[in-house]
Design a protein around this ligand. Structure first.
Ligand code: FE2
Ligand code: ZN
Length: 377
């Protein structure tokens, strides 16, 4: 039975006989045309204009089953708000649980066992079948490493693919970045444009918001060596949290400055290697030995940091966690760059052509595509 209390009302719902909704919350979420724009669905009411003593002068529930409506008349301006009971049930916050989102990840941490089962998708099918595109996007979200096979061997394809999925995230790399050991032909301002081994790293930790999704398109991979490597940074960090919480905490609180300079800019940012959300869950993993600036910590902190950093780096580089695999001409490797590190072995540039094109997307834009694909089915 509906009951009016001092600052909230109690409403029996099918799943919760004593659901509570605060008056300020209800008034704030009024969906009348004065409070919410009828076409953009954005809030027009200024939340901070709601009087502190807001309360109903009356409230009642009418209608039957799923059409039931809660109608509230407020003590200011006799404003009337109506809420469908169905909507209230979907937004019942009495349990203190955040609303689940249709794009929420189901994180699957992985180690060397992923080697045999990296999720692989067919380029054509991704374009023909929305369920395949959704499965691929969810694998990027949940596993953070996928291979799309059979992409056309056309320069610029990776930029087109990014626009097909979501939108290109630009950085101070070229919008379409070439990785090829041909200095003079392409910009060669980073170590990827040499034939050296690249230890596992994430791209662009020099941004406060690094690009969330990284995509390599192999236009040619005929050279000897150059096998790709990948590591689940979240898995390694969780293992470190269990084994050595002191090292984990140092890495989660010590800012490290990263810097990248190109013909288009000088972008720098200082953040901890492990960023946690307010609940302590891993949110962003930053790791790039090649872009890290000299540490400028106190004498006491320096020793502790190096101990923790070495431990993390050795775990990332160990075959317990790191997988190695060969990508073929026509493959697109896609990683969650906020979690999964990538690298490659050294290679012999004289043994065959090796040319990659690289583009980025933001993770939010891939989650957006997941929501749109889900709501269309
Ligand atoms: Fe990279
Ligand atoms: Zn209203």
């Amino acid at each position: 039975m509906l009951a009016l209390k001092t600052s909230w009302l109690e409403l029996p719902l099918a799943d919760n006989p004593k659901a509570m909704f605060h008056y300020a919350w209800l008034r704030d979420n009024c969906c009348c045309v004065e409070c919410k724009h009828p076409t953009t669905h954005e809030r027009v009411l200024a939340t901070f204009d709601i009087p502190d003593d807001i309360a109903p002068t009356s409230a009642d529930v009418s209608g039957i089953d799923s059409d039931k409506i809660l109608r509230v008349v407020w003590n200011h301006n006799q404003h009337v708000s109506e809420f469908s009971i169905k909507w209230l049930a979907e937004h019942d916050y009495s349990g203190g649980v955040c609303l689940a989102d249709s794009a929420d990840p189901a994180l699957l941490l992985w180690g060397k066992e992923l080697h045999e089962k990296i999720p692989r998708f067919d380029y054509q099918k991704l374009h023909q079948d929305p369920s395949q595109l959704l499965a691929w996007a969810e694998a990027v979200r949940d596993i953070g490493l996928t291979i799309v096979q059979g992409a056309p061997l056309v320069e610029g394809e990776i930029e087109r693919f990014a626009e097909y999925v979501a939108v290109v995230r630009e950085t101070i790399y070229d919008r379409l970045h070439n990785v090829k050991a041909s200095p003079g032909e392409y910009n060669a301002y980073n170590v990827a444009s040499t034939t050296l081994e690249l230890k596992p790293h994430t791209d662009m930790p020099n941004y406060n918001n690094p690009p969330g999704v990284q995509m390599f398109h192999f236009l040619a991979n005929e050279s000897v060596g150059g096998e790709s490597t990948a590591v689940d940074g979240f898995h390694v960090a969780e293992q470190l949290r269990k084994e050595d919480s002191e090292a984990f905490n140092i890495l989660a609180r010590t800012p490290v400055r990263f810097k990248m300079v190109s013909s288009r800019g000088d972008v720098q940012a200082a953040n901890p290697l492990l960023t946690l959300d307010p609940l302590g869950n891993l949110k962003v993993f930053r790791f790039s030995n090649q872009l890290a600036e000299p540490l400028m910590l106190s004498v006491d902190e320096t020793e502790g940091f190096y101990r923790a950093y070495r431990k993390l780096g050795r775990m990332l580089d160990s075959t317990d966690y790191k997988i190695q695999f060969r990508l073929n001409t026509g493959d697109i490797m896609v990683t969650n760059n906020l979690r999964v590190l990538h690298g490659r072995n050294s290679y012999d540039a004289n043994s065959g052509a090796r040319h990659l094109q690289l583009s980025y997307m933001d993770f939010d834009d891939v989650l957006s595509r997941i929501r749109l694909l889900k709501s269309a089915t």
